[in-house]
Design a protein around this ligand. Sequence first.
Ligand code: NDP
Length: 328
Amino acid sequence: MFNALVLNKKEDQKATGNVETIKLSDLPEGDTLVNIKYSTLNYKDSLALTSLSPIIKDYPMVPGIDFSGEIEESLNEKFKVGDKVVLNGYGVGEKYWGGMSQKAKVKGDWLVKLPEKLSLKQAMAIGTAGYTAMLCVLALEKNGVTPEDGEILVTGATGGVGSVAITLLTKLGYHVVASSGRPEHSNYLKLLGAKRIIDRKELSQKGRPLAKECWAGAIDSVGSYTLANVCAATKYKGIVVACGLAQGFDLPATVMPFILRGVSLVGIDSVYCPLKDRIEAWERLSTDLNLEHLEKMTSVIPIQDVMIASKNMIEGKSYGRIVIDVNS
Ligand code: NDP
């Protein structure tokens, strides 16, 4: 028997979540049983938990799109009992029972062995948001953006993706500008390495097709007008990496930045990202992330507090990363 957060939903009503005791035999099929230590609260989890978006396909559902833990049993030859692993995405917490639980059964092929330098707690302080931030930084690098090229803009700066992106870019020598709607967190953003902070209102309204060339590159977790304005103000041949929709999933842009300035828009998906790219991202996180900064951006909550924390996240009241201690 073990505990898990279980979401139930009736027809048109909002989902309700309760911590329930579950039998091992109730777990869905999977070749690998993981003893979970930590999960996290990501924006997508919050959309699911608050029923704002139809992320979850079937109820009852154990939410949680990521987790870290130790292998308890596996038919997958890549793993042995006790191996430390991390899981991000693959529909876990959406289609398959997820990480907000003390145990999960999944396909072993979905798991990444945790790099030795990271603890299970640090792995989930990073979580899907931080792993996605790393994928975004890798996309800038692979498209040739170097620290010498100029300023890199990070939008949604106080959020999970934004916070990890800022500290990663800073450690790699980039000059980071943070866009945030919360001036009360300016010191936090500067501590992570942001050289300058701009008010997100400068980007969130309809703008011109082309604006003054400011950014050598950008990581955007906000979408909508913000992403359109970021593209419009990106320098000749600059790279904009888009991964999120905190403002909206629309993209009211023109083609002008792409056809007159050769700007490239690169999309990032963490959910079905190929294994080799995941392994690269986790290895780079283990060497390139400032772990003191990670600690400062992380708060830990018990599983009982997840429902209220998800509401706070959607209302823009939380910042940084929220780790869920599933055993507390
Ligand atoms: P968080 O909630 O931690 O951060 C989102 C940030 O966006 C907030 O902190 C806030 O930053 C900003 N924001 C919130 N609402 C608005 C708004 N209405 N307009 C403009 N800015 C806003 O979420 P995450 O960092 O975990 O995720 C960010 C986005 O990335 C989400 O849309 C998420 O779904 C997406 N994502 C996508 C992935 C992928 O695979 N493509 C993987 C992981 C996340 P501030 O107050 O500083 O402005």
